[in-house]
Design a protein around this ligand. Structure first.
Ligand SMILES: *Cc1c(COP(=O)(O)O)cnc(C)c1O
Length: 423
């Protein structure tokens, strides 16, 4: 049996209707921005394998750090114990996070980073004897697939089977161009009419919605409204973190600091599943008490896994090299040049760029759904041409690993141009 035949016998894939979906491609090797399948066909990974892999596949520097940690201390429980890798990660993050972030909590993936933030927001007010139970989130948000994260997410086909089983979430419009005041007014109204504990948002770019972008000034204003009303703010930087927007964090563009930040995806350079939620001292202090009931009773078995910590530390060190910063700048410049060219195309509605993130919306005759027919046609075309891109409906985006060469990037652009001609 081939790998794909064995796969269909045993495996259940994420976001997949197995009856109608195509068979998956078996990947056997990766290096830099490239992947090879079992027949040795080469693919350019133009979305960094779901946005996790900025420094390239099979990165030696991170691999060495992992091996060294594996043969020193691979894991130890974090309840009642601590270790140097966790402390080093904390010290490193304190250097680069917004200055008001003072405490870090480890978990395993983006959804749990969000889950922790939402639970902390709710318990923060419980601990203070204030009745605040509503979470505010953006329309079309994506915050993950565990229950609280799912409740905060607004892309309905991910969550429709669970309607009525969620914590209380009220949604406001994203302050995209022309809708800023509507968004501010909606936030003021929600805060007036509900007992709001927290506001969770993807700062500046809504990833899963199709790289929807909005301005830092608008986010600063929304955060200020929350601060004026003592509503906690949660920046979900799971996608945007670690250089994707051109700065270390999207919040670095925003002149207002959030109370909590969620990190995962690129945290370990795409090697080991790990996530972090960070907090202000003020949030931490609401749990600091003689009363054990005020503690945060949340944890995961693999919390602060030392091997994951070693990978995170190596990743952040790579991000901070001049070479990687130059790569990010180069990709951004190329994106802007490509955007200027492509946005004039008669089949293009609009194109946008922030940092290494580029997206183009293609005209379509019918209302294009998330997994609609144009999407399938585009996806198959890219795969056939040896480029991994996962369009969201009629939106094609690129989120390349920072080490992607200029030649590879230009090839991705020209295949996108071909695809626009084709559909
Ligand atoms: C991917 C993502 C998540 C969920 O992370 P998982 O690791 O898939 O659980 C949460 N928030 C944002 C913004 C994401 O992009």
């Amino acid at each position: 049996m081939t790998l794909t035949e064995k796969d269909s016998q045993y495996l259940w894939h994420p976001y997949t209707q197995h009856k109608t979906s195509q068979t998956p491609i078996a990947i056997s090797r990766g290096e830099g921005a490239l992947l090879w399948d079992e027949n040795n066909k080469e693919y350019i990974d133009a979305i960094a394998s779901w946005w996790v892999n900025p420094f390239g596949h099979s990165n030696k520097f991170i691999a060495d750090a992992i091996y060294k940690q594996l043969t020193t201390l691979e894991h130890v429980l974090f309840g009642g114990f601590t270790h140097e890798p966790a402390i080093k990660v904390a010290e490193k993050l304190m250097e680069i996070l917004p200055k008001n972030q003072q405490k870090i909590f480890f978990s395993d993936n983006g959804s749990t980073a969000v889950e922790v933030a939402i639970k902390v927001a709710l318990q923060y007010f419980f601990n203070k004897n204030e009745k605040r139970t509503t979470i505010i989130a953006f329309e079309n948000a994506f915050h993950g697939d565990t229950f609280a994260a799912m409740a905060a997410s607004g892309i309905s086909f991910y969550t429709q089977a669970f309607q009525g089983m969620f914590i209380d979430v009220v949604r406001i419009p994203v302050p995209i161009k022309g809708q800023e005041q509507t968004s501010f007014d909606a936030l003021e109204n929600v805060i007036k009419n509900y007992n709001c504990a927290g506001f969770i948002f993807e700062p500046l770019v809504q990833g899963a919605a199709g790289m929807v972008m909005y301005e830092p000034e608008s986010l600063a204003k929304l955060i200020q409204i929350c601060k004026d009303n003592k509503v906690l703010t949660i920046a979900d930087e799971v996608m945007t973190g670690f250089g994707k927007t051109g700065k270390t964090f999207a919040m670095d563009y925003v002149e207002a600091d959030p109370d909590m930040i969620c990190l995962s995806k690129a945290l370990t350079g795409g090697t080991i599943p790990m996530a972090i939620t960070t907090f202000t001292q003020e949030v931490f202090d609401a749990f600091y008490d003689d009363d054990i009931n005020k503690a945060l009773f949340h944890g995961h078995t693999f919390t602060a896994n030392p091997t994951g910590c070693a990978a995170a530390l190596a990743s952040v060190e790579l991000l901070q090299t001049q070479e990687m910063q130059d790569n990010i700048e180069r990709i951004n410049k190329s994106h802007l040049t490509f955007q200027k060219k492509i946005e004039k195309h008669s089949k293009v509605i609009t194109a946008r760029t922030l940092g290494v993130i580029f997206a183009v919306e293609i005209k379509s005759d019918s209302e294009e759904s998330y997994y609609g027919s144009m999407r399938t046609k585009l996806y198959n075309f890219f795969i056939e041409k040896g480029v991994v891109l996962r369009p969201v409906g009629n939106i094609v985006y690129i989120l390349p690993p920072y080490i992607m060469t200029e030649e590879q990037l230009q090839k991705v652009y020209s295949i996108i141009e071909e695809a626009i001609e084709m559909v």
